[in-house]
Design a protein around this ligand. Structure first.
Ligand code: CU
Length: 159
């Protein structure tokens, strides 16, 4: 079968692009996307109840004035709920899941993390505006996924 030179060149070029795209997917999945983007910290999801931090999730004031919010996601709720944090101070969220992958998105902010069993997702955010924020799960996690919501209350001043 005769294939024109230009057609052959285009076929090789598009074949090369497919190989390049697959390589990018493979490298990012294998080297970057297999762990939370924040940092790699593991935790035993089966032993969360006896974990010093995740066994008793909640909001803690740190000696330096910052605030730590430890959150456990489970089908189909977050603990604690509501989460109460002060405005105007950095809040470090530390999130994990006790069962399947959940999402932790604070609507109206740029906070959006995955709660992955076995891993700790962490990010720090300062809320300038007091008020009530909706937390939603944006990873399909089961039959009641659509109802998996939480509340974040940002209070003026101290928690
Ligand atoms: Cu969900």
């Amino acid at each position: 079968m005769h294939v024109e030179l230009y057609e052959r060149m285009w076929m090789w070029a598009s074949g090369g692009l497919i190989v390049a795209f697959l390589a990018v997917i493979g490298v990012t999945a294998g080297m970057q996307a297999m762990s939370p983007p924040s940092h790699i910290e593991t935790v035993d999801p089966a032993a969360l109840d006896s974990h010093p931090e995740f066994g008793n999730p909640g909001v803690t004031e740190m000696p330096d004035g910052s605030v730590k919010a430890v959150v456990v996601a489970a089908t189909f709720f977050y603990t604690p709920d509501p989460i109460e944090v002060p405005a105007g101070r950095p809040v470090t969220f530390r999130i994990t899941s006790s069962d399947v992958i959940h999402g932790f998105q604070i609507v109206g902010t740029n906070a959006n993390a995955m709660a992955i069993p076995g891993y700790v997702s962490q990010f720090t955010l300062t809320f300038d505006k007091p008020g009530e924020y909706l937390i939603t799960c944006n990873e399909y996690c089961g039959i009641m996924h659509h109802g998996m919501v939480g509340t974040l209350i940002v209070r003026e001043g101290r928690p």
